[in-house]
Design a protein around this ligand. Structure first.
Ligand SMILES: Cc1cc2nc3c(=O)[nH]c(=O)nc-3n(C[C@H](O)[C@H](O)[C@H](O)COP(=O)(O)OP(=O)(O)OC[C@H]3O[C@@H](n4cnc5c(N)ncnc54)[C@H](O)[C@@H]3O)c2cc1C
Length: 366
């Protein structure tokens, strides 16, 4: 969210800003996510219009930054339910609502269905996208300061005047955007009326199947019943560069203060994700594991992101809490915040549902 705001401030508003980053740009979820995009999957929620706007902005970004450079491409998307050979319960005749690509040859198919077409689903490479947006903002004058934000300076009239960065000092500022992902909750000590934001851990692995494996550009949302009758639901995203990203198994695990301290459970959690991927596809079973990763989804109590002014301190803004749709909704969020900061109002999309002053923010209260 921080990079996206910097990008739209620079490219649309001619404003430069300073990005304060404690670890590295794209070093947390925004560099490790799946990068799956859906036009209309949020239509039944208040996020629907934001998602539609952002889906379109991703198409514009592919034009501006180069589709290949950011790993953008439209995808077919299917759901696939399958069961292990000795899984409890009858399987019956498979119900094939969508054609099964040849590389999903593991058998045990219970059902497939079509979830998206080239018009409604797409993907980006999140790390490449985030770095490309940052490079574009930097080229227009945005600056990065490495350090840990520890507080805000506020004058007697409750106006933001600066950001306190450990080991660096106070950076002057008349507008500050809290975009710390799952760590945004830390800012509630400086901004008491900032609603809580927490983190939910999820793991992923990047596989490289053998050349000629025939993996198609099809995103796959799975439901796999194992021999103990447990259902596992990893998501499989083949990428344009021939790798295949698989992720899943989210859990409520304590968020470390420093993104560099996030641990990866290779044997247990990633092992289970790979087991299902391998059961569904022989080319994934034998694939080289290029990378393993873990990161945290930024979550709010009511499941909606926080986008807008933080009540109580003039000049304080927030863009956080996008959960599993932060790559999709990052561009529309960054554009909205850039408009709010530069023009005092948002014209591109209605952000009223995401107003940090909306209430109902207690975890456990919803
Ligand atoms: C496994 C997984 C798969 C996902 N797949 C998808 C997907 O397919 N599609 C989709 O739309 N979304 C997906 N998401 C969600 C998406 O990745 C997130 O919603 C999004 O990246 C959050 O972006 P952010 O900028 O809010 O936070 P982050 O990307 O977490 O960035 C926060 C930044 O703040 C920095 N920071 C923290 N504290 C401080 C401090 N005190 N001072 C300075 N810097 C600080 C961190 O170092 C970090 O760089 C996925 C998430 C996960 C975990």
């Amino acid at each position: 969210m921080g990079v996206s705001t910097a990008y739209y401030l620079a490219t649309r508003k001619g404003l430069t800003c300073t990005l304060v980053e404690r670890h590295e740009v794209a070093g947390a979820a925004s560099g490790r996510a799946g990068g799956f995009l859906a036009l209309d999957w949020n239509d039944s929620s208040p996020v629907g219009r934001l998602a539609r706007k952002s889906y379109k902005l991703h198409q514009d970004l592919a034009q501006a930054l180069g589709a290949e450079q950011i790993g953008y491409r439209p995808l077919e998307t299917i759901s696939l339910s399958a069961a292990a050979p000795r899984a409890p319960g009858g399987k019956g005749r498979p119900r094939l609502g969508a054609a099964l690509p040849g590389w999903l040859d593991g058998g045990g198919v219970v059902a497939t269905s079509k979830m998206g077409t080239h018009e409604t689903t797409a993907q980006v490479h999140p790390r490449k996208l985030t770095l490309a947006m940052w490079a574009a903002a930097e080229a227009l004058g945005a600056k990065m300061v490495r350090g840990v934000v520890r507080g805000l300076s506020v004058d007697g009239g409750s106006n933001v005047t600066g950001v306190e960065v450990e080991g660096v000092g106070t950076l002057d500022a008349d507008a500050v955007v809290v975009a710390l992902g799952p760590w945004s909750g830390q800012a509630s000590t400086w901004l008491p009326r900032l609603p809580p934001v927490g983190g939910q851990k999820a793991h992923s692995a990047l596989l490289r199947p053998a050349p000629g494996a025939g993996v198609t550009g099809t995103a796959v949302f799975t439901a796999y019943k194992d021999e103990e009758g447990r259902t596992r639901e990893p998501e499989i995203y083949p990428r344009a560069d021939g790798t295949v990203y698989v992720c899943g198994e989210s859990s409520a695990t304590r968020l470390p203060a420093d993104p560099a301290d996030i641990t990866i459970d290779s044997e247990g959690t990633i092992g289970r994700i790979l087991e299902v991927a391998g059961a569904l596809s022989s080319c994934l079973r034998g694939a080289e594991v290029v990378a393993q990763s873990a990161c945290y989804l930024p979550v709010t109590a009511d499941g909606l992101p926080l986008i807008g002014r933080v009540p109580g301190v003039r000049g304080a803004f927030v863009g956080a809490g996008h959960s599993c749709w932060g790559i999709l909704n990052g561009p529309a969020t960054g554009l909205a915040l850039a408009e709010l900061i530069a023009d005092g109002a948002v014209r591109s999309v209605d952000i009223a549902p995401f107003d940090p002053a909306r209430g109902g923010h207690e975890f456990g209260a919803v």
